[in-house]
Structure formats: C-alpha cells, structure tokens
Design a protein around this ligand. Sequence first.
Ligand code: UD1
Ligand code: CA
Length: 458
Amino acid sequence: MNVIILAAGRGTRMKSSLPKVLHPIGGLPMLFHVIDAARQLSAQQIICVIGHEAQQIQSGLVMHYGADHGLDLVLQSPALGTGHAVSCTLARLGPAQTSLVLYGDVPLIPRALLASLVQASASTEGLAVLTTGLADPTGYGRILRNSAGQILGCVEEKDASEAQRKITEVNTGIMAAPTDRLRHWVGQLTNHNAQGEYYLTDLLAMAAQEGVAISSLDCPADRVQGVNSQSQRAQVERIFQAGLAESLMAAGVQLADPLRIDIRGQLSAGTDVRIDVGCVFEGRVALADHVQIGPGVVLKNVRVEQGARIEAMSHLEDCTVGPRATVGPFARIRPGSVLAEGSHVGNFTELKNTHLGAYSKANHLSYLGDAQIGARVNVGAGTITCNYDGAEKHRTVIEDDVFIGSDTQLVAPVVVHEGATLGAGTTLTNDAPAHQLTLSRARQTSIPRWKRPKKQSH
Ligand code: UD1
Ligand code: CA
C-alpha cells in the first residue's frame, strides 16, 4: 500500500510557534508516532505532506530518522484543506493497489485496525473509513447514514445543521481507498463549504453517489482522538501515559499512582520495582530488580542497578547507579557519573563526570566534578572539587579509604593518596600523602581581653 500522512496544516488552535505535528506525545513528536505506525504496516511508500514550517519539520525528521529516512516529502503551499493536501501527492503516488490516509495530528492510532482498514478497502475495492462514537463530538466531522445504516457522507462541524451536530458517530479522518479511485475522486473535489477548503471527507459522498462500497470500522474513541489544541494534546498525552503505566503494572511494577507518571522515551523495569508519584523518565532508563524511586524524581538516560534507591526530588542524567547505592533526597547526578555498589550520595550534593567508588559516601552539600573517587571514602559535608580554573577543567583523584573533613576545597589537579585524612576546612593545592593527616588551616588562637567594637553614643 501507499501511505499518505497529512501534516501541512497551520495548527492555529495550538497557539504555538512550534508546528502542531511536532508537539510531543510521550516525548516524541506526534507526527513520528504516525510515521512509526505507517512503517510497521510495511508500506511500499510513505508520503508526508508538509507545508507550514516545512523546514522545521524536515530537519526534525532528519534528526530523528537520519538523512536517509526514506519518506517521500511533498510540499503543500498554501494549505487549502485535507483534500487539497492529498491532491498534492497524486503526481508522486506509487502504483500500489490501496492508499491509506493518516493524519499527522491523530497520533495514537491502533496499528492492527489500520491493517484491517486496508484489507477492507482492498477486498471490496471500495472506500474504508475508521469511525468512532464520541459523547462530545464537537469539532469532528459527523458520519451521515441512511435508515438502512449505509454511509451517505460526512459533514464537517461548521457545515452541519443542528440535527447533524447531534450525531455522535464521527470521522477519525483515517481512510483507505483503491489508489485509482482516490485519484479520480480527489480530482473532483470543490471548496464550496463553510471553510472554503477542499475536504477529503467529501470522498464519502462521492463514493456513495457512485454506488461504490463504503465500509466503516469502529475504533475505541481514545485511540483516535485528534490534537487541535493544547488541552487535547494534554488529554492524548494522558491516554498514552495510561497505556504505558498499564503495561508496567502488568509486568509487576508497583506504581504509587498510574495517573502521575510521565515516560518520555523507553523505561524498562525488573521485578519488585517501586515508583512513587510525579516521576519523569526521559530517553532510555533501565531499572533493575528491587529498585525504588521516590516521589518527584527525574531520570534521563540512566541505568539503576539492583536494589538501588533514588530518594525524593533527585535529578539524574546520563549516569549509572550501582547495586544497592542510594541517591538523594535532593541530589543531582550529571552526565558521565558512575556510582559504584553501595555508595551514598545525599542531599544537596552534585556530581558531574565523577566516579564514586564502592561504599563511598558524599552525604551532604558537596560538588564533586571530574573526580575519580575510590572505595570506602568519606566525603565530608561542604566538600568542593575546584575543577575549573577559568579556562580548563582538571581532575581530582581521591584514592581508597580517604577521609575528607568538612568544608574542604580540592584545587584540581590534585591527588589524595590512599588512606589520607584531610582536616576540616582544608584548601588542598598539593597532593596529600597516604595515611597522614593533612591540614591547611592556620593554628587556632584566642586573644584575651579582646573587646567587640561598640557603637559610639553622641
Ligand atoms: C479533520 C476532518 C474531520 C475529522 C477530524 C478528525 C476534514 C475536512 N475534516 O478535521 O472530519 O473528524 O479531522 O481528527 O478532513 N492538513 C494538511 N493540509 C491542509 C489541512 C490540513 O496537511 O490543507 C493536515 C493537518 O496538518 C492535520 C490534518 O490534516 O494533521 C487534519 O487537519 P485539521 O485542520 O486538524 O482537520 P480537522 O478540523 O481536525
Ligand atoms: Ca485535527
């Protein structure tokens, strides 16, 4: 089959500078959901009609699918309606028997139903449309049927009479037709309607008048909801997230509340994983068995190994958390960091490009950047690696079994050798030798009979 995806509209109702079809659902532009569905159908040809902000859509496609994305891009400018959009593809349309039309703003289409729709069109050599029943059909095209239940046409909201507006069976916009008939019908479209547009939906009436078979497939309403406004985008997002949450729970994941999770990428989870409310998962996140994620945690491209715990309000990106390690609450782990087995990172501690060795702890108020930290190290509260000299970044090496006193600055490049202890308040500018106490602060003195200055009274 040929697949035609319509994505040239302005999306005025979104009130956004981003083209509508690039607005994300589950972190992925909704157009890409539609393209992925088309690809799974193993279509011979996928034509994408673009127009409004075509450049931006084109570069989005190249970024996501690569320069050899294999999509046939057709420009529709100006956009004169969905029927006009299809007419712009006719010169490029391949020889396949059936053509399927998808809408770039209907992202959650059930893939199995698309195959049935194409099958219905091919077997009847007629038009096949996907319809659904909506309690509130406002804004959608209504399906018109005769008393015998045969489809006579489709009327858009703006052209519908009071009585027609009461019809709750709506057009999803998705249809399949024999390619030669599609050419013939689209060539005959006019724009004599309330919006002065060429409506693709007029094909239904044309087919009915020519006595060509029209079959309809009913589809669950939540899978074919269109996105025309920010409110509808948010609704579709929740539908999508609910599906992901269901499959996680079916696999045994304990979600504190399936309505309060956001997955914007791929989340895999082992057994007995617990996820509290308000977490966001981006990119590829893998949670091993017995992992616990506290409320309000953000994980982006993170691997969390067995039995590790991420406490409330922590933010982790491009890093690995080792088995039985604990992070947070209120920790930030930045790209390139690895937390080894049983390590602890506590509140208000930031790691960047840092390896924290097994059973080492940095529990309070620290910045550890570009550091290699060994095993069983204790990093005292308020420790800072001064990794940046204003021009270059430098590394700090802290070997096994080191104890770093509170409020210490490690001016990189610097090495703290095995078993060393740094006294509280040390500003370390030279390497610290192994197994010794290194201090840099002045000796404590007290001045007897010293008086605090007092304000003079006039
Ligand atoms: C359309 C249908 C309506 C259906 C609804 C389902 C028509 C006339 N109406 O209405 O029956 O119930 O979808 O969601 O088809 N587009 C172009 N070029 C254009 C105009 C639109 O490519 O000139 C694209 C848009 O980018 C969008 C899709 O076609 O992806 C649908 O256009 P939109 O304006 O949203 O149509 P609706 O008013 O939602
Ligand atoms: Ca729409």
